[in-house]
Design a protein around this ligand. Structure first.
Ligand code: PHE
Length: 346
């Protein structure tokens, strides 16, 4: 092995590699070629190993030639690489092209169920008066659902709430949200301004205005010196915010065992404006909720001193509010899961 041999080998390597570079079909072949020739264990290194056998004055000469070859090959590889990769990119862009003019697949927009929507509308109004929303269990016991609300066992008032019982002795599905009053009174100290929305259950024969499952929103205010005038003013403001600021309202005597006095709260008929029509039973008024001053016995069961505190409570059906507002005549629509109905509340 002498200088001439090595120089020839380098020339051969250069010529062969340049030919192979020109012939490389794709970037992967080019990468393999580069590794094979210029890699750590590649052919160029292999040739240069022969340098050790040369006379010392010849070694730098071979080194210089080898460098020229290396640079030449590197340049050729890089140039061919740019060409190949550019072509590949163009091909990929063409193959994977997205037609941005195609119409997209529309996402179906969901919406709140009208019962839920009604409850948040109600809550939004009462929040402005400082009411805070609480949660209360759907499975109650007889004591909280009835007895602490001044409805003893076998009391005829129980007929107002046909009850669904669960398999555990003394437990039932709450028939109204009023037991929430007891829970709030027992955990909070007055002043109390509580809103208790939630699902209620009754053993009803189902018709257009009765369901065995429905929502209620309960309200409770307890403080020193709370009066019926506060209740009247609050409910009047509520009705005006919900149905329109020009709507007249009225209180009628009512009966609930847990409030005394008790009232029914009416708003001027939204259909006839008070003149009398079939929608309001020709009375000109629509009843939207029941209410009253919290019975002293109920305050006591709630752990509060009725000599010191007074309160009022009200309970309304959000479905009924929606029905009045939108002229819906069948409560069952709220439970049917029929999208033709539900999609109208967007
Ligand atoms: N709980 C009563 C009902 O189910 C409504 C109500 C609540 C009445 C609070 C007065 C006070 O009909």
């Amino acid at each position: 092995m002498d200088l001439a041999d090595l120089t020839r080998d380098l020339d051969t390597l250069r010529d062969e590699t340049l030919a192979a570079v020109a012939a490389a079909p794709d970037a992967a072949a080019l990468d393999a070629l580069e590794l094979d020739v210029l890699g750590k264990k590649g052919r160029l290194t292999g040739i240069l190993r022969g340098i050790g056998a040369l006379a010392p004055e010849d070694r730098p000469k071979v080194g210089a030639i080898a460098n020229v070859v290396r640079v030449k090959l590197e340049t050729a590889l890089a140039e061919r690489g740019t060409t190949l990769r550019g072509g590949e990119l163009t091909a990929r862009l063409a193959a994977e092209a997205v037609d941005v003019t195609l119409p997209g697949r529309p996402l179906r927009r969901g919406s709140l169920h009208p019962s839920i929507e009604a409850m948040s509308e109600i809550a939004a109004i009462f929040e402005q008066f400082g009411f805070v929303t609480y949660e209360s269990p759907e499975i109650e016991d007889d004591v909280t659902n009835f007895q602490m609300l001044n409805i003893p066992p076998d009391h005829p008032a129980r007929d107002l709430w046909d009850t669904l019982y669960v398999d555990v002795e003394g437990r039932l599905l709450r028939t109204h949200t009023s037991p929430g009053q007891i829970h709030v009174m027992r955990t909070e100290t007055p002043p109390i301004r509580a809103l208790l929305p939630g699902r209620c259950y009754r053993y009803e024969s189902i018709d257009a205005s009765h369901a065995s499952e429905f929502f209620q929103v309960e309200g409770l205010m307890v403080d020193e010196g709370t009066t019926m005038a506060d209740l009247k003013g609050l409910l009047d403001q509520f009705a005006k915010a919900m149905f329109g600021s020009d709507k007249r309202t009225r209180f009628r005597p009512g009966y609930y065992p847990f409030t005394e006095p008790s009232v029914a709260f009416d708003v001027e008929c939204l259909v006839c404006g008070g003149g009398g029509c079939p929608a309001c039973g020709r009375t000109g008024w629509m009843t939207i909720l029941g209410a009253g001053m919290v019975h002293p016995v109920v305050l006591q069961y709630g752990g509060l001193d009725p000599e010191r505190y007074q309160g009022f409570a009200f309970g309304m059906g959000p479905e009924r509010i929606k029905m009045l507002k939108h002229g819906i005549t069948d409560l069952r629509l709220f439970l049917d899961d029929d999208l033709r109905f539900l999609e109208q509340f967007r």
